[in-house]
Write a protein that binds this ligand. Structure first.
Ligand SMILES: CC(C)(COP(=O)(O)OP(=O)(O)OC[C@H]1O[C@@H](n2cnc3c(N)ncnc32)[C@H](O)[C@@H]1OP(=O)(O)O)[C@@H](O)C(=O)NCCC(=O)NCCS
Length: 175
């Protein structure tokens, strides 16, 4: 398998992760998002077919969006510094594993790759957290990969805002 960044010249085969919105995004919208600089898409290829994909874009964790207790947790991560109303993040805008590849820990391996890639690129623009609007059905997957909920109930009843602290990477003994 190999990870490639989507370009406007990229030619898709088919992709089915079992979710119409995520399938459609890749085939219909990902190139438009690239052109408009809204999100970059990365594709995990397996012998020419799409095994999985994800998108990345800039984000922030804002005081206004999360519970008081979680905001205290976040502020406590910066004990000596000035307090801000938001903290810089990178959002995983889309994340999907193809039906034929689910349940083999490919999603978790890909999540480790994302953490590794963005960690290596942090010398240009600083960020502390990864965020994701997790489908309720996928929350357990994100929890298993070190993400925590940012609030109890989101405006969108189908998703929950979750985050991962990049400083947790330093704690990983198997890294
Ligand atoms: C959610 C998804 C990315 C998981 O990918 P995957 O490669 O099957 O996940 P993994 O095999 O790495 O699973 C890691 C852990 O999360 C758990 N998990 C994975 N998907 C889960 C789900 N839908 N519900 C509950 N637990 C799940 C697994 O049981 C596994 O736990 P284990 O280590 O104790 O065995 C994949 O099922 C998918 O693309 N689903 C459709 C699209 C989607 O929901 N994307 C997320 C959008 S926010």
């Amino acid at each position: 398998m190999r990870l490639v960044r989507l370009t406007s010249a990229y030619e898709f085969g088919s992709f089915d992760c079992g979710d119409d919105d995520l399938n459609e995004f890749l085939l219909e919208d990902a190139k438009k998002f690239l052109d408009k600089r809204i999100a970059n898409t990365f594709i995990l290829e397996d012998e020419g077919s799409v095994a999985a994909y994800f998108c990345l874009l800039n984000d922030k964790i804002s005081r206004l969006e999360i519970t008081n207790s979680r905001w205290r947790d976040i502020k406590d991560s910066f004990p000596e510094s000035k307090q801000f109303r938001s903290y810089p993040s990178i959002k995983i805008g889309r994340f999907a594993v193809g039906n034929n590849y689910k349940g083999q820990h490919l999603g978790s391996k890909l999540m480790d790759i994302i953490k590794d890639i963005v960690n290596k690129e942090c010398s240009y623009s600083a960020f502390r957290f990864l965020t994701v609007d997790a489908y309720l059905s996928a929350m357990n997957f994100y929890r298993q990969n070190g993400f925590l909920e940012l609030n109890q109930k989101d405006k969108d009843e189908h998703t929950r805002l979750m985050y991962y602290d990049m400083l947790s990477l330093a704690d990983r003994s198997t890294w």
